[in-house]
Design a protein. Sequence first.
Length: 558
Amino acid sequence: MGDMKRKIIKALSCMVLPAVISCTSGTRVTVADEKNLQAEPYLSVVWSADKGDGTYMNPILHADYSDPDVIRVGDDYYMTASSFNCVPGLPVLHSKDLVSWELKGYALASLHPEEDFRKPVHGGGVWAPCLRFHDNEYYIYYPDPDRGLFLVKAKDPAGPWSEPLLVRGGKGLIDPSPLWDDDGRAYMVYAFAGSRAGIKSVLVVSTMNADGTIVSDDAVMVFDGHYSHPTVEGPKFYKRNGHYYIFAPAGGVTNGWQIALRAENIYGPYEEKTVLHQGNTDINGPHQGAWVTTRTGENWFIHFQDKDAYGRVVHLQPMKWKDDWPEIGADLDGDGIGEPVGTFRKPDIGEKYPPVTPPESDEFAEPRLGLQWQWHANPSLTWGFADGGLGFYRLNCIPKPENFTNLWDIPNLLLQKFPAEAFTATTAVTFNARYDGEEAGLVVMGTDYQFISLKRVEEKIILRVVRCIEADRGGKEEQLFSAEIQKPGITLRVSVEDGALCSFSYSTDGEEFISAGESFKARPGKWIGAKIGYFALGEGTANDAGGADIDWFRIEKK
């Protein structure tokens, strides 16, 4: 059934009011016209890197696709990125021109071992992955810093992907990248997380079996960055013109730089060169990414920039080779080291393609969640359901744990990434509470968070705005605003300004919005950017818990 038919079904049982439909069942939706219906391919109204004149602007993705890795297969480009504790994990994106990216799916339906990730493991889960195409299969190697190095494979990047295979166990092993050499031998370069392994700032190379499913216990240290490039990590392994190359970031996430290592033997000795740094630009910490070559022979480098609450956003830099060293970006100050560009001509890929972006808005018209949504832990069947007819998503009020302090350790948070520096997120929700203490709302989540919600208190519906500072350290929730609401259907809104300053408001008629509570500056989570989405919680065990029906969620210009 098409989207318009679903909206017609809603309208047939409802009484039309200005801008809204009020149903006798209590369900409340906004009348959808063609411009509000999610089309394929999706194009964001708040951030698109394609400037439409043959040039692009950075970041190409103003969203938290951390530690990106990219490959080309034929005329297609594929990207994956870190996902940490968020589920599903290991996003898979597709592009035809390296500028516009479409989210195609995920390589991990859940985190493994599944029981260990039933609750949020902040800062754990999937760290920096590496994507490769080998022997007509797509390989993603990823580290779990508490368990070791894993592999998933697929014949098609859209899936299905194999179950995770542990190829090298060990606490603190991170950032694997394979290389299949010309003689058929296989190798893996990887690094160490000091928080788990007790050592860091070194890179090692081990041999692998031919199909890359076993990494041997024969690690050789090939680079020690302690003296010139501390916190070297995130290596990517390449071979070009008889030389072995390791591209690696150093100096830390926020203010680091990119180095390249070069050797004639896979075990070294490796020469070193800094090839990209911030220089005089405002793009801090430009590093950790991927070298990719177009079919037309152009070289490009994709990397991230840490933007605090916005997470690690993705940039595209021009690249060329000189004297068998990569030159990335533009050497603006003449120091021999590249600096990131803000705008540049688009890659010459021989054809023109319309711009696309990962999805943001959601009409909940399909019998499944949109790809933009992730849970904070491995989900349970009872957390929520897509509706197969009227087109909404039902979030159930899951009981809070007995020792509840705040939302930090709550797993059933349904969230998506911030999509731009400034935007407005608006959602229509119907609160179907059955017990006092049940609550559902729209939250901006990070180590600090704030939400606007509906809560049943003494059989009344109370709209609340609540803030929590340092949730990761056990901070207490503080109520900033409350008002009694007469109807269960409501429209909630968060407006985000430059600098991640968030303002909350609500409307009982879908037209006039009332500000609620104080503005709030979003903060990132643990290794992830701030996220926006929903929660639904109850108190104590219920025989038939209430919930919230989410009719739509829309990202619009601020």
